[in-house]
Design a protein around this ligand. Sequence first.
Ligand code: PLZ
Length: 407
Amino acid sequence: MPIYVASGSDAIMVDVDGNQLIDLGSGIAVAGVGHGAPAITEAVSAQVARFTHTCFMVNPYEGYVAVCERLNALAPGDGPKKSALFNSGAEAVENAVKIARHVTGRQAVVVFDHAYHGRTNLTMALTAKTLPYRDGFGPFAPEVYRLPMSYPYRDPTGMTGEEAATRAIGQMERQVGATRVACMVIEPIQGEGGFVVPAPGFLPRLARWCRDHGALFVADEIQTGLCRTGTWFACEHEGVVPDLLTTAKALAGGFPLSAVTGRSDIMDSVHTGGIGGTYGGNPVACAAALAALRMMDDLDLVGAARQIGELMAGRLAALARNQACIGDVRGRGAMMGIELVRPGTCDPDPDLATQVVRACYEQGVVVLTCGSYGNVIRLLPPLVIEHALLAEGLDVLAECVEHSTRS
Ligand code: PLZ
């Protein structure tokens, strides 16, 4: 959209013409602590004044270690954990795969339909959708295998999570072989792929298979992680403890920072110098992350995400009752979406989604699309959004859905 942002505060962005926009996208789940948070600005300014770079592999510094310690404490699982920091989500996923291959001595990486894991060569191979992510950019990294996802709205009616997992596992064992899998990489709730929440039981069954067969279960929580779904991490909703966990986006309140967190025995299996990079864990990004993580604690953004979720779920369900174009309302916490279809069918209606998003922009509300079929409108408001403002944004969305279907 041709809207150039000049400034932001909490859940409001102001464009160069002075228009105020209600942000229900958070720059794709990044601005969890809101725009222009003073705590972030202060932490970053102080760090910039001290030093901005050493390369952690050359001269370490405390901020990096502090971010890792916090992530180790937050990540599911009781045992000792370690983290390594990188710059982008894709880089974290790449490194998780490197670590998994190194520790298992195996090569195959298993991913799912509708998955999104990034745009680098390896992560393009992991990402499912060809347009716009892969088309013309091959050849892709080998030893990547794709399995059917649990997608309750589009699976046969009544298919349970267990059954969907059995379908996926059967395919994997036939096509890849149980002893060749280094890791399974999965978003506990798919982001770009359409806010697909797998049926209960799907993730635990997959994690159990990994444990029983010496493969690592890698949870890509780059979009779902750090309070977004009403828990610190989305895999907690089903008590799943991943071997490796990737985070990015909300981690550093708008600064580029990502992490791989995992069991110490796994993280330590890689030889010294095997994992790294010039900028990974940049000190300014770490200062921002420490401030953002503190805000998540102090403001109870886990609880805030739950409340936002309740508000959004109620509003969206009411809208869906009146609008036959809404085939499904789904998500968890402050990560909810509506799947738009042609009334009376499950046929995706991406044109309607585009129209609604455009109409929302014109009315000053930022919402995003996603989905393999481009027909899901997703809501990812900053977790600090005031409820009245959120309600106002949702009113606009409802009007735009009604208006767009009528026209
Ligand atoms: N894993 C689950 O959601 C980033 C992509 C935007 P990077 N999603 C937004 C776009 O079109 O490029 C994402 C994600 C999950 C990995 C990534 C990749 O994170 O920081 O964009 O590399």
